[in-house]
Write a protein that binds this ligand. Structure first.
Ligand code: HEC
Ligand code: HEC
Length: 250
């Protein structure tokens, strides 16, 4: 009898110890901000170029102390500005909306958002979004290439930016995509004209001819002059010739 009482007391003591320990552990876990995210990455699938997209991430505070999110940084300027820093009370949540503008983009587009928080387990965090923008160049036929100026979908990238522009600005908008290796397009489609030598009068004539009426040998270089079905006035073509001619030779 006595012995039984003693073991019951020990058993109860042990149980209280375990419960107490768990309670302390639980409080330790909770007596601080606890950030829970509904997702850390979003795949927006495939879209057409030009679409404006939005995705959101839900930040919840599952702790017993206020959660601070700060230093919210993006590589795109695509987030809600009020989200530079936010405070989320215990048990509450807040939604961060991110926008992706797919204008002038092609292929895989990714965005990253980084932030800092006062949750000791998540001092720094990052969120990722990606979208696959339809690439209109895949399987381009000869007939398809001819639509570069007429099809609205193509004109958006190949014509619109150059409207009313002259010289370098026009070159940047309409020509650089094929004639300059760049951040957006790593493929050099045509010769790197800005590094060429334009001191020869015959070559200059050839250049004016190709810009105006296109290449006789290569379908990817269309004639840009309005009289040849292109988007540019004669003065604009001249301004391009002048721009190339005026470049300093390396
Ligand atoms: C999102 C902007 C964008 C759109 C839309 C676009 N292009 Fe392009 N295009 C470019 C860029 C940038 C290049 C330079 C090469 C590259 O990065 O792929 C290029 C290159 C080209 C080339 C030369 C490369 C090749 O494959 O011969 C052709 C021809 C062309 N585009 C035609 C078109 C046609 C036709 C359309 C419409 C069906 C179109 N493009 C729509 C941006 C665009
Ligand atoms: C869609 C791609 C594309 C665009 C846009 C484009 N070009 Fe071209 N361009 C080419 C290709 C490809 C060639 C090479 C043609 C060949 O081999 O005959 C070329 C050739 C040329 C040449 C002849 C160079 C030589 O040495 O024979 C000139 C000049 C030229 N382009 C100027 C321009 C200018 C100026 C613009 C902007 C108004 C422009 N191109 C826009 C693709 C393009």
């Amino acid at each position: 009898m006595k012995f039984e009482k003693k073991s019951v007391a020990i058993a109860l003591g042990l149980i209280f110890l375990v419960i107490g320990g768990l309670l302390v552990y639980f409080l330790q876990q909770k007596m601080r901000p606890v950030l829970k995210l509904d997702a850390t990455s979003r795949d927006l699938g495939q879209v057409e170029e030009g679409k404006d997209l939005a995705a959101s991430f839900l930040f919840s505070n599952e702790g017993f102390k206020p959660l601070e999110i700060f230093d919210v940084k993006t590589d795109c300027g695509c987030t809600d500005l009020s989200w530079k820093s936010v405070r989320i009370e215990p048990g509450k949540s807040s939604k961060l909306t991110v926008r992706i503008d797919t204008a002038m983009k092609q292929g895989l587009v990714t965005k990253q958002i980084r932030f800092a928080s006062n949750d000791p387990d998540m001092s720094f965090g990052s969120l990722n979004m990606q979208v696959e923008v339809e690439n209109l160049h895949e399987n381009l036929t000869v007939g398809g290439r001819a639509k570069i100026f007429s099809d609205e979908k193509c004109a958006h990238c190949h014509v619109d930016m150059g409207v009313g522009a002259f010289g370098k600005e026009l070159y940047d908008a309409d020509c650089a995509m094929c004639h300059r290796p760049g951040k957006e397009s790593k493929i050099l489609v045509g010769p790197e004209l800005e590094k060429g030598d334009f001191s020869d009068a015959d070559y200059l004539k050839h250049v004016r001819q190709v810009i105006s009426f296109g290449s006789k040998t290569h379908k990817s270089m269309p004639g840009f002059l309005d009289a040849a079905g292109g988007p540019l006035a004669k003065e604009q073509v001249e301004s391009l010739v002048d721009y190339l001619k005026g470049l300093k030779k390396p």
